[in-house]
Design a protein around this ligand. Sequence first.
Ligand code: NDP
Length: 431
Amino acid sequence: MTKVSKGEEINPKTTQYSFFGPLGTGAITLLTPAITYLLYFACPNSYDDDTCQLLQKPAFERLLECDFWKSLFDLEAFGVYLAWYTFTVVAWAIIPAQWVRGTQLRDGTYKLYKMNAFATLLMATGIAIGQIVRAGPEGFTYLADKWIPILTASLIMSVAQSVFCYAMSFTSGKLLALGGNTGSFVHDFFIGRELNPSIGSFDIKTFNELRPGLALWWLLDISLACRQYATFGRLTDSMILVVGFHGWYVFDALYNEPIILTQMDIVHDGFGFMLAFGDLTWVPFVYSLQARFLAYHPNVLGPLGVFAVVLLQLLGYYIFRVSNAEKNDFRNGKNPKNLQYMQTKRGTKLLTSGWWGTLRHPNYLGDLIMAVAWSLPTGGCTPLTYFYPAYFTVLLIHRALRDDSHCREKYGDDWNAYIEKVPYCIFPYSE
Ligand code: NDP
């Protein structure tokens, strides 16, 4: 990011809405929590073969029952969620770690970020394993069994943080996100007004992006595997694959924590409801749907099925990791593969060979291939377990369009020249 020159407004008014403006952002703010609950009630923790059918009638009938509304909140589960969140904050504070510098901000300054997410994850995993060894798999099914009240607790946390950060963004001296300063409450609350809300050296956005939500997704998966084992007396190959793949994704993200500092959420977006809810509720409770389905509907793939799914996962991971590493190295001034690049008038360079010379957003393609590999182990009984790859395709296509428009603004004609060199976006042969 280049520094604003003298006389330029540091927090310019945002003149273009994202996500179809207040109407679109308002609808997403209301609909995404509703979808998270709906995915549970359409596919509840039940051994019934008829469950997990799309838009089944009983899911809606439940809305009229008083017990249904009472089941949404539970003080004990709320306490457990708060304890979990506190654990991640305390781990951030006390585990010694390297402080890494982020990209340059518009005001010419840099922020420092403490990189101990992986250590936090190892600690949480150690505690979970310790509990399973001590009390058996039945001793770690609480998260699976208390799904809805824990989901509600995470939703309360994400709303509380979005409100807090929105209010704090009006105090003086804040650097606002370029896309979150339209003046429309609904839009800016969703997109996030302040770029990097923080309390002292604690950066709220990067903290939430990788720790309490991603690590909780992994713990929920372990709990669901324990639920399957406690009920059926064994773990199916499909459950091992799904939990293994999800765990792999989470461990990989947290192990490579510094890579996040060059990503769109951190560099461009503010911290509003979109990221708070996405990080804390959507990721753990929606992304674990395949594991939750398998906990109650075990499916056996057999050696050939396992082989095919593992092959797909490896292909997706290879594209995802290598392309992300190529860009991250390059943005940090390294070019170990001697990749070709073009110089832009803005000062930064754009890769024109390697993965970024083949496709725009090759990392999205790898991520999508993995998303399919995570759903295939659930078989073909219900389309619901394919919700993740379907939603993720829409999300990443929209994200690529948003990024293309940011890059056109940043790079002007140079971006058009890059597109001419690399015409395909995400999918080969698709512009
Ligand atoms: P990208 O990693 O694709 O980053 C886009 C940025 O990269 C651009 O703004 C530009 O920034 C830079 N860039 C673009 N083209 C080039 C080039 N040719 N050479 C060098 N730099 C270039 O975007 P995201 O942050 O969206 O994604 C990061 C990862 O996170 C992806 O792997 C994605 O799949 C994953 N992801 C996962 C989600 C999930 O829910 N599981 C959700 C969202 C993302 P600049 O030039 O300013 O450096």
